[in-house]
Design a protein around this ligand. Structure first.
Ligand SMILES: [Zn+2]
Ligand SMILES: [Zn+2]
Length: 472
């Protein structure tokens, strides 16, 4: 089966060129200048399928390096399964996800990983890999880290927040970082000072402050900046590479930037919600409405001016990646668990479907270049987590994960508009994007075309990842 994508502007991390793309089976086999006849005089006539991309961008499929399908949290589960969440991802032009297998405090790492393989196998619309959450650092889990690297799980997430659930103390973090330093893997950090936050939460509740906005007010930027600094210092001490997830405070990124500039292997991601949504406009919505936007790190105050700084850090590569931290919960019966007590609201926002569109809007708005959009959403996540060579670019030999994106199109996000995630609301209700995902191809198979889903359950394969390709 050959596919010929002709007439488009092929956008990669360093260039945007008019090129035709020839796909054979699951791989890209050639990029051809328009009119190039070296592989035949009329490829459009001989190909099994022709996709006309005239006037459109042809970009590598998105790689979302941070999702939580079916995550157990706060007495419930994230509402997207691997099936529903990856279908939504496909609709939005994301053809690879890296989800987090979970070891909670008191559980065994290998049991958590086995459970994650069982949830995902045969269910996914797009390809998937795993990071491993280490929620209990001890001799056994450190040994498991070495074993997992051989199984293609080359990054481990630790938490400085959520005592009793996922939390690691500084000594545990140090030991896990020493292990990562010796086996070449990456430490991913949820950097918030959970001990301080829990005191602020108890004090707020004691004063009768129960509304969702207090979720943000009890996790001020200082708790993120302090934890980020501490994580970086521990990483420096051990030589482990560090990737700080879901950064929202400009002060935390500033610390990261300073250490990057000194040559340390420290990286950061942010998420669409921190670039567009705020404490005042969403989290402080009247009544219990703000629960829709409870996530950690929290949406921050517009008055503190984080958003422009985060966009700037994306442009200057002080932030390397935009992931979603997709962790959807329905409003009814899930977010509502926190009625009368904001600390019981399950943490998370659903965005896996909208990341490519939302960050493309940054191109339209003049905040980042077209090439940087592709780099932030596809190429860098692939390289950061050991998938480059298959994912993250359109080149001969790479998987044919291709999105035809229409810059003249329009996307209206919302529950009864563009919305395929398994949620009863959208955190992005009413957002409109000056662009549109037209066609989505995963390993040579058309998953989405003109808004119609053509994929099949189980098309998505497990990806055994290599070590980060940013390290020497
Ligand atoms: Zn986190
Ligand atoms: Zn997360």
């Amino acid at each position: 089966m050959t596919t010929f994508i002709r007439g488009g502007l092929v956008v990669g991390p360093v260039s945007a060129q008019p090129l035709d793309v020839l796909v054979d089976g699951e791989r890209v086999v050639a990029l051809l200048a328009p009119g190039d006849t070296s592989l035949g005089a009329d490829l459009a006539a001989s190909a099994d399928r022709v996709i006309d991309a005239t006037g459109k961008y042809v970009v590598p499929g998105g790689v979302d390096a941070h999702t939580h399908m079916e995550l157990p949290f706060g007495g419930t589960f994230a509402s997207d399964t691997f099936e529903t969440g990856t279908v939504a991802a496909a609709h939005g032009g994301t053809t690879t996800i890296i989800d987090f297998a979970v070891q909670r405090t008191g559980e065994r790492v290998q049991d958590g990983l086995t459970a994650w393989h069982e949830k995902a196998a045969g269910q996914c619309a797009v390809d998937y890999g795993f990071h491993q959450i280490i929620g209990g650092v001890d001799d056994e889990s450190l040994k498991a880290m070495d074993e997992l690297v051989d199984e293609g799980i080359t990054s481990f997430k630790l938490f400085m927040a959520y005592p009793g659930v996922f939390y690691s103390d500084d000594g545990q973090i140090l030991r896990a970082m020493q292990t990562a330093s010796s086996n070449g893997s990456m430490i991913m950090m949820h950097a918030e000072n959970g001990m301080a936050i829990d005191v602020l939460v108890q004090q707020a509740l004691a004063q009768g402050h129960t509304d969702p906005v207090y979720h943000g007010l009890t996790r001020p930027w200082e708790t993120e900046a302090e934890a980020t600094n501490r994580a970086i210092m521990l990483a420096r001490l051990t030589g482990a590479p560090l990737y700080v997830v879901h950064m929202s405070a400009k002060q935390a990124v500033s610390v990261l930037q300073a250490n990057k500039d000194e040559g340390w292997n420290v990286f950061g991601e942010t998420c669409p919600q921190y670039l567009y949504l705020s404490l005042e406009d969403q989290l402080a919505a009247p009544g219990f409405e703000g629960a829709k936007w409870v996530c950690s790190t929290p949406l921050r105050a517009k008055a503190e001016h984080h958003q422009d700084e985060l966009w700037r850090y994306l442009r200057t590569n002080d932030l390397s990646i935009v992931s979603t931290d997709h962790c959807p919960f329905c409003f009814k019966e899930q977010k509502e668990l926190g009625l009368g007590n904001f600390s019981k609201i399950p943490n998370g926002i659903g965005s896996v479907e909208h990341r490519m569109d939302l960050i493309y809007q940054g191109v339209v708005d003049g905040r980042i270049s077209l090439e940087r959009w592709v780099e932030l959403c596809s190429t860098t996540p692939a390289r950061m987590f050991g998938l480059y060579g298959r994912k993250g670019d359109i080149r001969p030999g790479f998987d044919a994960d291709v999105v035809v994106y229409d810059p003249a199109g329009r996307t209206e996000i919302g529950l009864h508009k563009t919305h395929h995630m398994n949620m009863d609301h959208s955190a992005w209700e009413g957002f409109e994007i000056d662009g549109h995902v037209d066609t989505v191809i995963s390993r040579g198979t058309v998953l989405v075309d003109g808004g119609e889903y053509h994929g099949v359950k189980g098309h998505g394969e497990y990806l055994k990842r290599g070590l980060s390709q940013y390290l020497i």
